[in-house]
Structure formats: structure tokens, C-alpha cells
Design a protein around this ligand. Structure first.
Ligand SMILES: NC(=O)c1ccc[n+]([C@@H]2O[C@H](COP(=O)([O-])OP(=O)(O)OC[C@H]3O[C@@H](n4cnc5c(N)ncnc54)[C@H](O)[C@@H]3O)[C@@H](O)[C@H]2O)c1
Length: 388
């Protein structure tokens, strides 16, 4: 492999630019190719890269043309979600590392195919990772490490909520947005999948999911703008999941995990509250009622992050942190922090919500994963007053 890692970005829209900006932070990478079905989109990203003082990448309209026309080690897929597995399989078949934007895809049927391809590729030192950048936030790491050390005791419950607003103009801005074939779902699949991934990372494997969905504040989309669900987990813990793009003007993304020896709240990527009984002399039969916040002392255990000195509106901190992990995984021939299998589970959990809402009954996570409902046409955009 080259000492410099040659990268191709496929999909030069909103998040393609984020990948380009994040990669600028790594001198050991060079963006050599840009792929977009719309040549102007790729040219415009090439202009941006050139303006930052880096060499202008070559531009292609397909991955196969890029693989044939440039020396590429890693392909970042930032295309509409419904293309991810097909394009990911093409990249892995060519023996290249792949970074796939979230969600893994819209199609759970093909998820096992890319899971197997990623596992086979790993045996040859090829890395496949799916973006879930919030796993690399300091706050998420603090919670995950506390959970791994058992510091919150028995995990009893969790609440995960994405209370956002997306205007009709947002949905109208791309033909693929809000469609089953390319977006794969609505508020939960597109905006909520990060939070679903965090919930599973914190709580473990789901057992049963019971959900309702609705389209309440948008037109001209096939999918839900609001979803709620209850989830039971293998560890016995219970969770409430909520995702909406119909909450004007948009509130925060919030994940609370609560256990018999401690609780943690991450709000908009910030550790808002943390308490573990092992770090406290206070204990009361009626609890501390939100007091005893140890978030500051918990975060002080971690080194200050470089991004704190940057402009948060332009610096893609999350993608930079995840790329740091991916580049290390490539160099060390180890598994990345987020594997394709992790992303298959998040996709299956979203799909389970959609199956449950369509059938109006609880569904077992393992049944969804095993393909029991693969042929079910899910419908989540019905308003609450329409029958499903
Ligand atoms: N990680 C995050 O926080 C985050 C944020 C936004 C979007 N995303 C994900 O990134 C993906 C893209 O979203 P976006 O908002 O950038 O969309 P976008 O519409 O802005 O960009 C998609 C680009 O892909 C191009 N494209 C379409 N078909 C193609 C093909 N066959 N080959 C090559 N290029 C093709 C389009 O022309 C467009 O330029 C989605 O999967 C989305 O879920 C992730």
C-alpha cells in the first residue's frame, strides 16, 4: 500500500464536503478522486479542495471509472443511502478500504451480504467502517467506558430522543429525500439512526420493539416525520425511543441511561449529567433527585480535544474523530470502532420499528434480523388518524 493513503469521495453533496474537510486534517491522506453522477457537483468539490491548497482531484461519474482511472486505497461513500450496499460491495470487491455514510443502507435484505464481504475483507487487512461519528464524542466515550466498567450498576432504563425540525424545503431539496427507495425511512432512519446506534451501543442487543409512527407536519414524503417506540434489551433494561423532524424550532438530541448505581445524560453531544455511586460519598434512600452531578470531574479524565480550539460551525469534529479511528485501524490492521455488523444492528432496529408500526404489534429484533419480515412493505407515513 502507498505510504500516503489515496482517497476517493463518492457523492459530492452536503456530507461529501464534510468528508473532504475532515480528511484535510490528515496529512497522510490525499483525495485523488471525486465521483458524482452530476459532474458539476464533483467539480465544485474539486474547486473547494484546490482552494484549501491541496492538489485538485480527478473527477469521475462512476466508482468503476474512478477505480480504473486512479490509484485509490480508500473510498468514502457519501451517496444517497439506497446506494450504499451496492457501492460498498463494489469497493470491497476491488480490495479497497471503504467508509460508508450512515445509515448502512435502506435494504436490510442485503445487509448480511455486505457484512460477510466486510468480514472476508478484514482477513486481508481491508477495513470497512460505517459513519456513526457521535460514538467518538468525549461524552459518549465517557458513558461507554463507565458502562463497560459496570459503574452504573444494573442498567434499568434509557430514553433516547431526537427532537428536530426539517422544513418542507429540506425534503424538497433532493429527489431522494423522504423516499423509501433512497432514504429508507424518515425521521428515525435518516436523522435518528445515530441515536439508535448510541442506544444499542450503551444498552446492548434489543429483544422486542413496539412502535408507532406518523407523518404529521410534512407533505410529499412517503415516510414518517415522527416515530416513538419502546424497546426491551437482552440485559433486561427498558428504553423509550423518539425521533421526529416535526418539532419546530428543533430541540436537542438527548440520550439518558439509568442504572442501579448511576445515571448519565448526554444532551447534544455534551455530558450534561453523570453520577456513579463509586465516586460519591452521598447516598440517600430517596436518591439525589438530579443532584450529585459528576460530569465535570468525569470529563476531566479525558485530554482536551483539539477541536475545542476550532470553529464548531465549520470544523467537522465528529468525522475527524472517526477518521482518526479508521486510519489507525487501517495502519494497525485492526477492526474499526464502528463495524459493518454494528451498522447492520442499527439498521435492523430501525426496520423493527417500521415493521412494528406497520403491523401494529410488537416484533422480535432477532426475527427482523433473520429476515422474517423482509417481504413486508412497511408504511410509516400514515398520519395518526389514518388506519395503518
Ligand atoms: N453522518 C452524518 O451526520 C450525515 C449527515 C448528512 C447526511 N448523511 C448521509 O450521507 C448521505 C448523503 O447525504 P447528503 O445530505 O450529502 O445528500 P446530497 O443529496 O447532498 O448528496 C448526495 C450526492 O450523491 C450524488 N449521487 C447520486 N447518485 C450517485 C451515484 N450513483 N454515484 C455517485 N454519486 C451519486 C448526488 O448527485 C449528490 O451530489 C446519506 O446517506 C445521508 O444519510 C450523514
Amino acid at each position: 500500500m502507498n505510504e500516503i493513503l489515496n482517497v476517493a469521495i463518492t457523492g459530492c453533496g452536503v456530507i461529501g464536503r464534510t468528508h473532504a474537510a475532515a480528511l484535510q486534517e490528515f496529512p497522510q491522506t490525499r483525495i485523488v478522486a471525486l465521483v458524482d453522477a452530476i459532474p458539476d457537483a464533483a467539480q465544485s468539490l474539486a474547486d473547494y479542495i484546490e482552494q484549501t491548497g491541496r492538489p485538485r482531484p480527478a473527477v469521475f461519474t462512476t466508482i468503476s471509472a474512478a477505480l480504473a482511472g486512479a490509484d485509490i486505497d480508500l473510498v468514502a461513500l457519501a451517496t444517497p443511502s439506497g446506494l450504499h450496499i451496492e457501492q460498498g460491495l463494489e469497493v470491497l470487491a476491488a480490495g479497497k478500504h471503504v467508509v460508508i455514510e450512515k445509515p448502512l443502507d435502506v435494504d436490510l435484505k442485503r445487509a448480511q451480504e455486505i457484512e460477510a464481504a466486510a468480514q472476508a475483507a478484514a482477513r486481508n487487512g481491508v477495513v470497512a467502517s460505517v459513519i456513526s461519528q457521535h460514538r467518538f464524542d468525549q461524552s459518549s466515550l465517557a458513558v461507554s467506558e463507565a458502562l463497560a466498567a459496570g459503574r452504573l450498576g444494573r442498567l434499568t432504563s434509557a430514553i433516547a430522543s431526537v427532537a428536530w425540525w426539517r422544513s418542507q424545503d429540506y425534503y424538497d431539496s433532493g429527489d431522494w429525500r423522504g423516499t423509501w427507495s433512497m432514504d429508507g425511512g424518515g425521521a428515525l432512519m435518516n436523522q435518528g439512526v445515530h441515536t439508535v446506534d448510541l442506544l444499542l451501543w450503551f444498552m446492548g442487543r434489543p429483544v422486542e420493539i413496539n412502535a408507532r409512527t406518523a407523518r404529521l407536519a410534512h407533505d410529499r414524503i412517503e415516510v414518517e416525520d415522527t416515530a416513538v417506540a419502546t424497546v426491551t434489551f437482552e440485559n433486561g433494561g427498558l428504553a423509550v425511543l423518539h425521533a421526529t423532524t416535526a418539532a419546530y424550532p428543533g430541540l436537542t438530541v438527548r440520550v439518558q441511561v439509568m442504572g442501579s448505581e448511576g445515571s448519565a445524560v448526554v444532551d447534544n453531544d455534551r455530558l450534561e449529567y453523570f453520577h456513579a455511586s463509586d465516586a460519591s460519598s452521598e447516598r440517600s434512600n430517596m436518591g439525589l433527585q438530579g443532584g450529585g452531578n459528576q460530569a465535570g470531574q468525569e470529563l476531566a479524565k479525558y485530554p482536551a480535544e483539539d477541536y475545542e480550539a476550532k470553529d464548531p460551525t465549520t470544523y467537522p469534529a465528529g468525522h475527524v474523530r472517526q477518521y482518526r479511528d479508521i486510519l489507525e485501524a487501517i495502519a494497525q490492521r485492526r477492526a474499526p470502532g464502528v463495524t459493518v455488523s454494528d451498522a447492520v444492528n442499527a439498521l435492523a432496529a430501525v426496520r423493527a420499528v417500521y415493521v412494528s408500526a406497520t403491523l401494529n404489534q410488537p416484533v422480535m429484533f432477532e426475527d427482523v434480523l433473520a429476515g422474517k419480515y423482509n417481504d413486508l412493505e412497511v408504511r410509516t407515513g400514515n398520519t395518526a388518524t389514518e388506519s395503518v
